[in-house]
Write a protein that binds this ligand. Sequence first.
Ligand SMILES: [Fe+2]
Length: 140
Amino acid sequence: MDKALQDALNLLLESERAGVLALEDLISEVEQEELRVFLRGSRDEEARNVREIETLIRSAGGTPSERTGPFAAKVAALPTVRERLNLMSRGQEWVARKTEDALALAPGTGPIHDFLAAMANHHRAEVEWGRAEVIRLMNA
Ligand SMILES: [Fe+2]
């Protein structure tokens, strides 16, 4: 497969993998049940993305990265749950941008295009919704 596209997809793969770890960590520290449920939903979504990106890379004849991005360690280094949640939200925004970069490298139609378009939309929506939801739940 195209090298630049494979690199872009692998960057997303490593980032979503780091997202799963960061969320696992966070879930174990959050006390509000409602917030935990919200974070579990995000974690499951990230895990689905990991599997899906691996499949897309393999189907296109490429090799999925086995690495995990540096994001989880950055989140874990922050002292409070609130700061971690804020960084998670900024992380979603970063992934949305990187997903749009990957989309620009993908063929105009087909499974990679469709997946990336949906992933970009989902991350954009989750940045906004997640921010509002986290603020609401942190103050509950
Ligand atoms: Fe994500």
